[in-house]
Design a protein around this ligand. Structure first.
Ligand code: FPP
Length: 256
């Protein structure tokens, strides 16, 4: 990853993109197909996908995105063939080790969300080291979802709230949407959800946080994704009128 302190240089730089989403979440789909289309194994696609992660994190940070959440491994991905799962675990550990210093130098705070208990002690150590190294950074927050599921997230937040009630720290009647949100793995609402690989599904990603997000689906396979694709998604976002249940006239200030 390059130094992010240099100015945005592309034609469609931050100034021309319009309203920026605060939180962008990405379902990085299409790695397997990318590998297979080239006559290679699926893991080849995942390795190329790791390069797209690096490009996209850099582009998002340069463009001024404050929160970026990437779906790297779902609770359901354990069902894949063992050699693919093992290869992915190895790739995660390698990428964390090779990228963490640059992420840190560029002011990015890295957090891992999901049930990490199922991962090896080695991967958990690489995760802990990366989180610790970058914990005080604030240029951009990068959440990497590993063994994550939106239903798991809601269940774990509910358990945490139930514990607080059982311990007498919280009254059951005080549980509202804000309380629930505060206990989710990521509390910020997703403004823009991007999915590569052409499928129109949420796939158990940030279910609660995507209540009002704009969806951008592209046929581009994740390993081909880069800054131009991110800018296209941001331009789409800027063109949307977000109504949050109101009428268009209300949003535009023309009616009460
Ligand atoms: C989905 O594509 C992709 C994954 C399950 C893995 C994502 C992993 C990476 C991008 C590698 C590195 C990531 C980090 C954060 C270090 P798919 O395999 O389901 O594609 P398909 O639909 O073509 O089969």
């Amino acid at each position: 990853m390059a130094d992010l302190s240099s100015p945005v240089t592309s034609k469609a730089g931050a100034a021309t993109l319009g309203a920026l989403p605060n939180h962008v979440a990405i379902i990085m789909d299409g790695n397997g197909r990318y590998g297979q289309r080239l006559g290679k194994i699926r893991l080849f696609g995942h390795r190329q996908g790791a390069k797209a992660v690096s490009r996209t994190v850099e582009a998002a940070a340069r463009l001024g995105i404050k929160h970026l959440t990437l779906f790297a491994f779902s609770s359901e991905n354990w069902k894949r063939p063992k050699d693919e799962v093992d290869g992915l675990m190895e790739l995660f550990a390698q990428v964390l080790q090779s990228e963490r210093e640059r992420l840190h130098q560029n002011g990015i705070k890295v957090r891992f969300i999901g049930d990490l208990t199922r991962f090896s002690p080695q991967l958990n150590q690489a995760i802990a080291e990366c989180e610790e190294l970058t914990q005080n950074n604030s240029h951009m927050i990068l959440n990497i979802a590993l063994n994550y599921g939106g239903r798991w997230d809601i269940a774990q937040a509910t358990r945490a709230l139930a514990r607080e009630v059982a311990q007498g720290k919280l009254s059951a009647d005080a549980i509202d949407e804000a309380q629930l949100k505060a206990h989710l793995a990521v509390s910020e609402d997703v403004d823009l959800l991007i999915r590569t690989g052409g499928e129109h599904r949420i796939s158990n990603f940030l279910l609660y946080q995507c209540a009002y997000s704009e969806f951008y689906v592209t046929d581009t396979l994740w390993p081909d994704f880069g800054r131009a694709d991110l800018e296209a998604a941001l331009a789409y976002f800027a063109s949307r009128e977000r109504r949050f249940g109101m009428t268009s006239a209300q949003v535009q200030g023309k009616a009460r």
